[in-house]
Design a protein around this ligand. Structure first.
Ligand code: PEP
Length: 256
């Protein structure tokens, strides 16, 4: 039992038309829309944010985006700003997902700019970090994660740090069906906690949620969520279907 409230966030990635997204969120709200013991966030694609947000009204489920640009406005074709997200009542934003780092060449420095702007705009960043398979196999997991955490959180004040959520997502486990063992996951989570203690002090670090992401499913969630430093999950594939997402929320509630 941890003092940190568990958080289950669904990353819908580039899936669901607006109509499909509304259908999914209505089912989610019907099943877990009054849950208060665990925080729930759904992150639909940009086109479905507003209509999903409307369906979340009056429920405890929160709205998150999958990305944003650090500038407030201007000539950034295809991008969305923090202010735009706030205007439709988004509360969270996923930043630095490995798919953004890999396919769109996002650097830690760019992600850091976004983290700072998100916090300035009262958006809670869900900051993703994690090593590739080659990095794990060469024994550099902790070094890679340390570099990402420190660089992406550069300049974050102690006061705002508790609004940050970290998602440890080993890249080799995302969408592959390969899950980190609970020992592998807890080792990295505890390491991230130790980095947060160095950056922000113990009291603040103990309040920051560290989620696990990478093929988390109802079957493997209870063991992962029972680990001391695993405070929830960032869920891809299993968030696209009501039953599995609801079962993950229930697993988080049971884990306390
Ligand atoms: C993700 O993309 O953040 C993720 C964890 O995906 P999956 O659950 O499908 O591995």
């Amino acid at each position: 039992m941890s003092s940190r409230k568990k958080l289950i966030a669904g990353n819908w990635k580039m899936n669901k038309t607006s109509a499909d997204a509304v259908a999914l969120v209505q089912e989610i709200v019907a099943e877990v829309g009054r849950v208060t013991e665990t925080e729930i966030v759904v992150c639909p694609p940009f086109t479905a944010l507003e209509c999903v947000g409307k369906k979340l009204e009056g429920s405890t489920v929160k709205l998150g985006a999958q990305n944003m640009h650090p500038e407030a406005s201007g000539a950034y074709t295809g991008e969305i700003s923090a202010g735009m997200l706030r205007s439709i009542f988004a509360t969270h934003v996923i930043l630095g997902h490995s798919e953004r780092r890999t396919y769109f060449h996002e650097t830690d420095q760019f992600i850091n700019q976004k983290v700072l702007v998100a916090l300035k705009n009262q958006l809670k960043p869900i900051l993703c970090v994690g090593e590739t398979l080659a990095e794990r196999e060469s024994g550099s997991t902790l070094k890679v994660v340390q570099t990402q955490v420190e660089a992406c959180l550069e300049g974050v004040s102690k006061e705002l740090a508790t609004s940050v959520v970290i998602a440890y997502e080993p890249v080799w486990a995302i969408g592959t069906g390969k899950v980190a063992t609970t020992a592998q996951a807890q080792e990295v989570h505890a390491f991230i906690r130790s980095l947060l203690i160095k950056l922000f002090g113990d009291a603040v670090a103990q309040k920051i949620r560290i989620l696990y992401g990478g093929s988390m499913k109802p079957a493997n969630a209870p063991e992962l969520l029972a680990q001391k430093d695993i405070d929830g999950g960032l869920i891809g594939g299993a968030a696209l279907e009501t039953r599995s997402f609801v079962d993950l929320v229930n697993a988080a509630v049971a884990a306390g």
